[in-house]
Design a protein around this ligand. Structure first.
Ligand code: ZN
Length: 694
């Protein structure tokens, strides 16, 4: 492992600044910590409001990622009182959290790491705690102690597995009392602690010990066992990355559908992430892959992300995987419920859903599952680490894991739950929506509405600046992992298929379709050019049909229902003179949506429409449709732009100006399944008696 400390970049003054610097070096090293794992601290002083200098400790905040954490990622605590807690025999999690919180310097800070008291009890200024792959490779074996001594010598202290929290903190305290010269502790099935009087000293020691472990493992690995298939050593896995990816695209919607938990009015859905590195592919097709994959996890750190055991699909039939999958998932759920039943749950906690988070499939790799894209990606990164460590162990000895009871204790622990729980689960969490014509005024407002409700959104429109600008804006507001921009012309069936396929490969499927793309033109029938009429038809009718057909096929494959909410118009019910091409084409599209409601009800797909009156803009984003036809409508009515907007306002009962956000709210009413309704239309027009749907 490379030592990345650079004197030219390291701060020379400031205890916390140096802590932040070496914390970032550690956090950026995937083979040391993953996603908010590991923690670090520094002991220093703080001048309080009365001018007194008091001893304090800064400990990484729980769940904060050291790779990016600045000073705000570390929580300052008064040190003296916390140090004295080492005399206690026991301390429950709740009591420990209370004692810690009462010593925080800034009341707005989040909880510091679960391992805070461990840092408090370490008698050195700086301490780094990591979960290095190489150390775990040594600790998770039958002959662990001999391997650890062989690699790291006699200077390190080895501690048996102890549940992180007060018990571990006390054990670390005792270890330092008995071995005052100790600078490093190896924690069985858990990781490494190093410490020192400077940030550099502690960091150097971490890198040195991990490097020694890596060299030792290299020298002990007999053969690359994971590439032994049917007694033959292969240089590369039999499945290529492109075959694995094709297979994944074909079955992802089926897997995702099988993992959807449906209730009468809602559906708990998940996002998928395909892990298909050469290493993973070799692992799933190796002789011992299944046996090794199903062993307990290497540490207790990420159980809330991956669960205590994965699902393995034997001899997958990629052409007809649905029956195999549903049987395997049902079996997994029974096993998980039995595992929960074998242990005592803390009061006040509920069991997680019993679905798998990691599914190994020979010939495909692993499918990792999360409530959103980031959770699915984290599960995939942890799975990749687990494959690497378990693979190395299998190549040099026999894997040995933590007891099931210890796994359960860590999976069902208040502190761990807080890391993954958001305060309120948003109604479209885990859902994927695809919207056409997204870059317009109504489209962009609907995108925002969907994202605010937790959905992952495929933002489609014709290629160009309008689409790129919107995608950039939405990513900045709602996070890159929830927004996928795809350039797509709705009139091109192949492009439509491509956009759906892209959503499947990124998130695993689609649950909600919003056909919204539309164009208009002004002409009387007398003067209508057939060419221009056909152009409007192509976008408004053919385009709607293309996305409806593609969605219907996907929803059927997924088998977990779905929703379609079409943006129709008040013109379907009350057409306007000089507006024949638009009114006729939207009426045809509206009728297609009603037909879809009849054809798809049996697979629990609901199809509804919203019918707005004229919407001119969404903030500064002008409606493209009104930019084209506005001047003609103004001329026809003898009005200027402002006059035209006033005209539309004054003609409805409520004298309301119709905003894009109103249309988005109506879409969300259907998308969140508030009522058992299909084939229906909500007018968004301020009340136009002539346009009331009937
Ligand atoms: Zn740890």
């Amino acid at each position: 492992m490379i030592n990345r400390w650079l004197d030219s970049e390291a701060p020379t003054t400031g205890d916390l600044a140096q802590r932040v610097y070496s914390g970032r070096l550690i956090g950026a090293e995937r083979q040391l910590v993953l996603h908010g794992g590991g923690n670090a601290s520094v002991k220093t002083t703080h001048t309080d409001l009365l001018g007194q200098r008091i001893p304090v400790i800064y400990v990484k905040a729980s769940g904060a990622d050291m790779a990016v954490a600045g000073p705000e990622g570390y929580v300052g605590l008064r040190l003296e009182y916390l140090k004295r807690l080492s005399v206690l025999e026991t301390l429950s999690d709740q009591e420990m959290i209370n004692e810690i919180r009462t010593q925080i310097l800034d009341f707005r800070c989040p909880n510091p790491s679960l391992e805070t008291l461990m840092h408090v009890f370490i008698p050195f200024k700086y301490a780094d705690h990591t979960h290095p792959d190489a150390i775990l490779t040594l600790t998770n074996q039958t002959n662990a102690e001999a391997h650890i001594r062989g690699a790291l010598g006699n200077d390190v202290v080895i501690l048996n597995y102890i549940t992180p929290g007060f018990k571990l903190a006390r054990a670390v305290h005792e270890a330092f009392s008995e071995n005052p010269r100790c600078r490093a502790i190896v924690l069985m099935y858990h990781g490494l602690i190093t410490c020192g009087e400077s940030a550099r000293e502690s960091y150097d020691l971490t890198i040195e010990l991990v490097s020694r472990a890596e060299e030792y493992i290299q020298s002990k690995v007999k053969s690359d066992l994971l590439l032994t298939v049917a007694g033959q050593v292969r240089a590369t896995p039999a499945t290529t990355l492109s075959v694995a990816s094709q297979r994944y695209k074909a079955i992802a919607p089926i897997v995702r559908g099988a993992l959807a938990l449906r209730t009468e009015d809602s559906c708990h859905r998940v996002i998928l992430n395909h892990l298909a590195t050469e290493e993973t592919l070799a692992f799933v097709e190796s002789e011992r892959g299944r046996e090794v994959a199903l062993t307990p996890p290497i540490t207790t750190d990420y159980l809330v992300r991956t669960k205590a055991f994965p699902l393995w699909i034997d001899n997958p039939d990629f052409d007809n995987i649905a029956p195999q999958l549903s049987k395997a998932i049902a079996r997994y759920r029974q096993q998980y419920e039995a595992y929960v039943g074998r242990h005592k749950m803390q009061d006040g906690l509920l069991a997680f859903d019993s679905l798998p988070r990691v599914i190994f499939i020979p010939g495909l790799g692993a499918i990792c599952v999360g409530k959103d894209a980031s959770a699915a990606r984290i599960a995939a990164d942890i799975t990749a680490q687990s494959v690497a460590v378990k693979g190395a162990i299998a190549a040099m000895g026999d894997y040995k894991a933590i007891d099931e009871a210890d796994l359960f204790t860590m999976e069902y622990r208040d502190y761990q739950h807080a890391k993954v729980a958001t305060t309120v689960e948003l109604p479209l969490c885990g859902h994927v929506a695809l919207i056409t014509g997204a870059a317009g005024a109504i489209g962009s407002a609907i995108c925002r509405g969907l994202l605010e409700h937790g959905a992952h959104v495929v933002v489609t429109d014709l290629p160009g600046e309008a689409l790129d600008g919107l995608v950039g804006q939405l990513r900045a507001l709602y996070g890159g992992e929830h927004v996928l921009g795809v350039a797509m012309d709705v009139t091109d069936a192949i492009a439509v298929r491509g956009a759906f396929a892209e959503a499947v490969s990124v998130w695993g499927g689609i649950d909600l379709l919003i056909p919204n793309a539309g164009i208009a033109m002004v002409s009387t029938l007398e003067d209508m050019s057939l060419e221009a009429f056909r152009k409007v038809q192509r976008v408004n009718v053919d385009g709607t049909l293309n996305v409806l057909s593609e969605a219907a096929r996907l929803f059927r494959r997924q088998g977990s229902g779905g929703d379609i909410v079409m943006v129709s118009t008040k013109n379907v019910f009350a057409p306007g003179a000089g507006f024949g091409a638009y009114s006729a084409s939207k009426a045809a599209a509206h009728q297609l949506a009603r037909i879809a409601s009849l054809e798809l009800a049996s697979i629990d797909v609901r199809v509804n429409m919203v019918a707005p009156d004229a919407v001119f803009s969404d903030g500064y984003r002008r409606s493209g449709l009104w930019k084209d036809i506005g001047p003609d409508r103004m001329k026809a009515r003898g009005l200027d732009e402002k006059g035209l907007e006033d005209y539309y306002m004054s003609r409805n009962l409520l004298k309301a100006s119709i905003k894009a956000s109103h249309v988005a709210s109506a879409v969300l009413f259907f998308a969140t399944r508030q009522t058992p309704t299909t084939g229906a239309t909500i007018p968004v027009d301020g009340g136009l008696p002539d346009a009331t749907p009937r």
